[in-house]
Design a protein around this ligand. Structure first.
Ligand code: URA
Length: 179
């Protein structure tokens, strides 16, 4: 199975209740042999409308942080722990993200086989490496089941609290230097 075939399956997914309100499945975007993968929480309104990850306000900030770190967004594979937008941007529930991770995200990670995975925000961090409290662990790298992860603030958090922006920028440079 390649990424395209997996994306095709995901585009018809009805495995959790999130399918009922979605407009588009936001599978992910970027190089299928990327060295860096970034994983966020869930598609928002603009992502649901366009089918592309991180294209709304936090996506624009993410693009800026990526290029400030000297990276090219198109070289990175970007996705989220759930591929469908939860109504009113609520946090994805455990049953939703567990299913989506085992059906799609684990396979995406294995197919892309990145050197490092940046986890954007508490939801992705908890879902993938079981850690809480991003304020204490951001910028740290963790090896879990043979994969290297780094905990990063979610760009939406940096939009809300501008003091986090320099920290997110520094952590993106740590990520870049880890490959
Ligand atoms: N936030 C996310 O976590 N993922 C997206 O795709 C967009 C916003």
């Amino acid at each position: 199975m390649n990424l395209r075939a997996l994306c095709e399956i995901a585009s018809n997914c009805i495995q959790c209740p999130l399918y009922e309100s979605r407009m588009n499945v936001v599978f992910g975007e970027g190089r299928c042999d990327a060295d860096i993968m970034l994983i966020g929480e869930a598609p928002g309104k603009t992502e649901d409308e366009t089918g592309k990850p991180f294209v709304g306000m936090s996506g624009k900030l993410l693009s800026e942080i990526i290029s400030d770190a000297g990276l090219d967004r198109s070289d990175i594979y970007i996705t989220s722990i759930v591929k469908c937008r939860p109504e009113n941007n609520r946090k994805p529930r455990k049953l939703e993200y567990s299913k989506c991770i085992s059906l799609y995200l684990r396979k995406q990670i294995d197919l892309i086989n990145p050197d490092i995975i940046g986890l954007l925000g508490n939801s992705a961090i908890y879902a993938l490496i079981g850690k809480k409290n991003i304020k204490q662990i951001h910028g740290e790298t963790y090896e879990v089941n043979g994969r290297k992860y780094i905990a990063l603030f979610h760009p939406a958090a940096a939009l809300y609290s501008r003091a986090l922006l320099p920290l997110l920028k520094e952590d993106m440079i740590i990520l870049k230097n880890a490959i």
